[in-house]
Ligand binder design. Structure first.
Ligand code: TYD
Ligand code: MG
Length: 459
């Protein structure tokens, strides 16, 4: 006999609890648990071993169909997706409010519509007139996109069911959608999950590419339950600082391709422009080298991107607790690097405030940034500018060793292309093969104290 059981779901992380609590036991958020639709619990006697329909098996080695892809016409968007949109797939796009999700998706829809596919754009946040105004600003008002302002998933699916399946359906955003068959206000876990489920089922059955826009909570995860990330094929995040021009489209999960490629855009007066060669973007282009600034050749997927890392150290007179602030890099990683510099090199940061900034609103995730960050910190501490023609890359271990990293020749070649003539990196490993074909002089450093000597003695 099935009996309904109460359960409570956290609106922040999707954690489930059997009773209501003031604080979520999984993520620690307060007042985030709400009652979810009752789950049916089957008793042990419930028999699932007969009465179903047979399913069809195919051998793994049989040549299957490769997913066909459809190019959107926006190369940076297709690159982040791993080569274009797969029909019948569901893409979740997250990002801070105002970062440009609606703008990008309207541009993608226009490209599809102009190249002969049908594109449907459903906005639950803006009236059709507002979307049309934006399209005018983007110079897209003559693109044959089908616009609608709607929030009822039943209405949307009924309408879609009456027409030939379009190439692309954009739902902006999933948090504004609701279904009259599910309890709760739009944006609650059960609504978001239920609406997404129905829309994804439609996409799979009809071979439509579905893009769901998802809001992001203050800790950076896509709002609503994490299950949304499990339900879709691709999770993308659109990142950048709103005050800066550059935007990065990153895929965090992709069932059809790699997750390390990024798309780079610049937000301009008439929408998002593609940045095909981003390697120069995050350099300040300053003439005179100043203390605390180091250039790091980062890798994003297969593309090198040169970024400037800036450190500032302020000595405190009083015994106040010094601040440490990091923008664009991992806080914990900086704490570790400071500890290694203190323990292995005898440097003293304990009575100083330390600020670290990655230029241009870029977020570093490449572990090879350690050496460049260390170089910036040492240069700031000793007030010695680093040579203006040098780049730095390598991973630092807790023992203070400088460890080899991937793609060292691509990093060096790109640095040479942009006019740098010296690269400092891990001694040993493939970087130190001494070949001059990269157009750059390579100097290998084995241990962090070698780096300190290099910077503080080499004026
Ligand atoms: P939007 O796409 O509405 O962001 P999201 O859907 O992620 O919330 O983008 C809004 C911001 O982009 C807005 O603050 C203004 C800016 N913008 C431009 O700079 N140029 C443009 O051509 C457009 C359409 C927007
Ligand atoms: Mg929007």
């Amino acid at each position: 006999m099935a009996k309904p059981k109460r359960r409570y779901v956290c609106q922040a992380c999707g954690g489930v609890s059997n009773r209501w609590q003031g604080q979520c036991a999984d993520c620690g958020e307060w007042n985030s648990l709400v009652e979810d639709a009752p789950q049916t619990v089957f008793s042990a006697k419930h028999d699932l071993s007969s009465g179903g329909r047979p399913i069809h098996f195919t051998p793994l080695d049989q040549p299957g169909e490769m997913p066909r892809r459809r190019a959107s016409g926006i190369a940076e968007f297709d690159r982040a997706l791993g080569g274009g949109m797969v029909p019948g797939s569901a893409i979740l796009m997250g990002g801070d409010p105002g970062i440009g999700k609606s703008t990008l998706l309207l541009q993608v829809s226009a490209h599809i519509a102009r190249s002969g596919g049908q594109a449907i754009y459903v906005s639950g946040e803006e009236a059709a007139g507002q979307v049309r105004l934006r399209a005018e600003r983007l110079g897209l008002s003559n693109a044959p996109i089908q616009l609608a302002a709607a929030t009822s998933v039943r209405d949307i699916l009924t309408t879609l069911g009456m027409m030939d399946p379009p190439a692309l359906v954009v739902i902006d955003s999933i948090q504004t959608m609701h279904s009259d068959q599910i309890e709760g206000a739009p944006g609650t876990v059960s609504q978001v999950r239920g609406c997404a489920f129905e829309l994804i089922r439609y996409a799979k059955e009809s071979g439509v590419t579905l893009v769901l826009v998802g809001h992001v909570t203050k800790d950076g995860t896509i709002a609503g339950p994490r299950v949304l990330e499990h339900m879709v094929d691709v999770v993308m995040s659109f990142e950048g600082e709103r005050s800066h021009q550059y935007r990065i489209l990153r895929s965090l999960k992709n069932r059809f391709g790699p997750v390390d490629e990024i798309g780079v855009f610049a937000m301009e007066g008439d929408g998002l422009a593609e940045v095909g060669n981003p390697s120069m973007l995050f350099l300040s282009g300053r003439e005179e080298p100043i203390a605390g600034s180091a250039v790091f050749p980062a890798m994003e997927g297969t593309r090198p991107v040169l970024v400037e890392i800036q450190a500032l150290i302020v000595r405190l007179q009083s015994g106040a607790t010094p601040r440490r602030a990091v923008v664009g890099w991992d806080n914990g990683r900086m704490a570790m690097l400071l500890a290694v510099l203190e323990a292995r090199c005898g440097l003293n940061f304990s009575s100083a405030e330390v600020y670290l900034n990655v230029a241009g609103g870029y977020r570093l995730s490449d572990p090879a940034a350690d050496l460049a960050v260390a170089a910036a910190l040492i240069s700031a501490l000793g007030d010695k500018p680093l040579p203006g023609d040098a780049v730095w890359f390598g991973e630092v271990s807790l023992a203070g060793e400088i460890r080899p990293v991937a793609h060292s020749s691509i990093r060096q070649r790109e640095s040479a292309k942009l006019g740098f003539s010296r690269a400092f990196g891990p001694a040993g490993g493939p970087a130190a093969d001494g070949k001059a074909d990269k157009g750059i002089r390579f100097a290998g450093l084995a241990m962090l104290p070698n780096l300190v000597d290099r910077i503080l003695s080499d004026a």
